[in-house]
Ligand binder design. Sequence first.
Ligand code: FAD
Length: 330
Amino acid sequence: MGGGRIAIVGAGMAGLTCATALELAAAELTVFEAGFQPGGRMACQRQDGYEFDSGLPYFSAADERFRLALDHWREEGLVAAWEGWFVDLEHGNFLRREQAAPWFVGLPNMAALARHLASLCRVECGVRVARLERLESGWGLSDAAGRSLGAFDQVLLALPPGPAGALLSGVHDAWAERLGACADTRTWVLMLGFDRRQDLFFDAAYVSDSPINWMARNNSKPGRGGRESWVLEATPEWTRRFAHLAPEEVGARLFRAMQEAAGTRLDAPEVRVLRAWAPGRAIGVLGEPCLYDAERGLGLCGDWCLGTTVEAAFLSGLALGEAVTETCLA
Ligand SMILES: Cc1cc2nc3c(=O)[nH]c(=O)nc-3n(C[C@H](O)[C@H](O)[C@H](O)COP(=O)(O)OP(=O)(O)OC[C@H]3O[C@@H](n4cnc5c(N)ncnc54)[C@H](O)[C@@H]3O)c2cc1C
């Protein structure tokens, strides 16, 4: 029987890792995902023949367990190293960036890795969980229209602090309070498609003294199409300061900032798409891999437990999956 009926809420890296770690322990496991695709911030966006990694642009691997998973994904052709020209940039001056560790990307885009993980478990997309309630035995979940999504022995929230706190309020106030201290940020991402290669010699740049945090030539990543596509992430400070601007104005300002940082004039882009990520990157960190209350059958995981990266999300999801498995099989 194992862990009985388990629901995981959220199909980002944390939720999908937790689900795949739990597959054997759960009698029945369902992952509910609000978006129409799994992956959360591991996302890809297409527009008029251009393709962009619209969230997570690349990742590195420090922890041995994440490196093992990465080796496996590389063997399966789901991930590859990105051998580009990476620089630090300030007002047109650049410095070649010393890479402490290789950068990796999903193949053929960042969302593909999430789709693969989602294919290993049962994921219901397009379902936003709006309510978590204690039943006589276990938990009930329902959506915003009040429709029941079922009764579960265990509910594991693989969500950013904001949505997790909203579900836990009045249900587990001690955790809801801890989540309140783990803030996250909003971040603008601008995607640009050009009808020809732009005169920029680098493939990715960390930018100083600019509204832009980093920018990357998406089509220089392995396995991408050939069309010239750039992705820029605004700094959280700039995003907060100019939150009131209309999207067209944000796009225009970031494009100007890109040219200023690169010290060159660029063609007018054929495609310009702006996306606001909320959350963008976690900023408050819980300092524990996950939270699990075996008695109540309630758990929490997400990047914000350990850091601000997809590696942190993986390790948090894995830790929660292992904690539940150990308890269920004990
Ligand atoms: C612009 C940007 C740049 C980044 N750069 C890097 C980088 O360079 N390197 C790096 O390692 N990381 C980077 N990150 C961070 C990385 O993407 C995240 O750390 C990681 O993807 C978080 O995974 P997660 O599963 O914890 O959360 P998420 O990916 O946010 O997953 C949570 C999921 O829960 C779903 N959800 C929310 N509420 C509900 C609900 N009520 N019901 C059902 N589902 C719900 C969401 O739709 C989402 O799919 C970046 C992120 C962004 C946005």
